[in-house]
Design a protein around this ligand. Structure first.
Ligand SMILES: Cc1cc2nc3c(=O)[nH]c(=O)nc-3n(C[C@H](O)[C@H](O)[C@H](O)COP(=O)(O)O)c2cc1C
Length: 213
């Protein structure tokens, strides 16, 4: 990769992988880069678990599929087998990667207790305060995940950021032995890409950027 520009512009979500393993040192390298991301109040409110064990990955798949079935069945509507099959494919392709990284959000502490106390006096609860601060805990985990994706791409591997499995978040915490206070955020399957993704449609740049001179 010649430049950061090229790295960022050529990174794509990869959803199919070759049947080849990835060395543990490479995964450790990616997570080190992820964990160097900026975070609100330097809280570094992330935790990563890399899973190679196919039995454990299978349990994650079962948990996600069960949750999808529960949600669909609760609607009382007939769901077509074609829809179910494509839903399963989209929600559980992580099982096809040699390694899956689970990302959790851990605790944070805002640097200014005086301000927090004033906000609480105004009636904000912890969730309301986080929302007021643009959910900087989640933003921080997002920054770490993007670092990770770029590091993966730089080494010639592929990955996909998957937040859909979060529908089974608590179950995933249980399977991986992580306390539920550390909220599950995303799964990231990583492997050698087995295809080249099609070009993606981009919004017109003028739609996303403007200048106030
Ligand atoms: C927060 C977030 C959550 C995502 N969750 C999923 C997911 O659950 N399943 C999936 O297949 N892709 C998921 N993606 C990947 C997006 O679909 C993908 O980034 C988007 O279509 C743009 O394509 P690109 O990554 O190839 O540039 C997610 C991406 C982000 C940033």
């Amino acid at each position: 990769m010649n430049s950061f520009f090229e790295l960022a512009f050529t990174r794509r979500s990869i959803r199919k992988f070759e049947d080849k393993d990835i060395p543990k040192e490479d995964i450790e390298h990616f997570v080190r880069i992820a964990a160097s991301a900026p975070s609100g109040c330097n809280s570094q409110c992330w935790r990563f678990i890399a899973v190679w064990d196919k039995d454990v990955i299978g349990k994650l798949e079962t948990a996600v599929m069960k949750k999808i079935a529960d949600i669909l069945n609760s609607g009382g509507k007939e769901i077509s087998p074609t829809y179910l099959l494509s839903k399963k494919k989209m929600a559980t392709f992580f099982t096809k990667a040699p390694v899956v990284i689970a990302v959790f959000m851990t605790g944070y502490k805002y640097y200014d207790p005086v301000f927090i106390s004033a906000l609480k006096n105004l009636g904000y609860d912890d969730e309301g305060i986080m929302k007021l601060f643009s959910n900087y805990d989640l933003l921080s985990v997002g920054a770490a995940i993007q670092n990770l994706l770029l590091a993966v791409h730089e080494k010639g591997y592929g990955a996909c950021w998957m937040s859909e499995p979060a529908i089974a978040g608590e179950e995933i915490n249980r399977i991986l032995g992580i306390p539920v206070e550390q909220r599950f955020i995303s799964l990231i399957p990583v492997g050698i890409p087995s295809y080249t993704p099609r070009n993606k449609k981009m919004k017109d740049f003028g739609e996303v950027f403007s200048i106030i001179p």
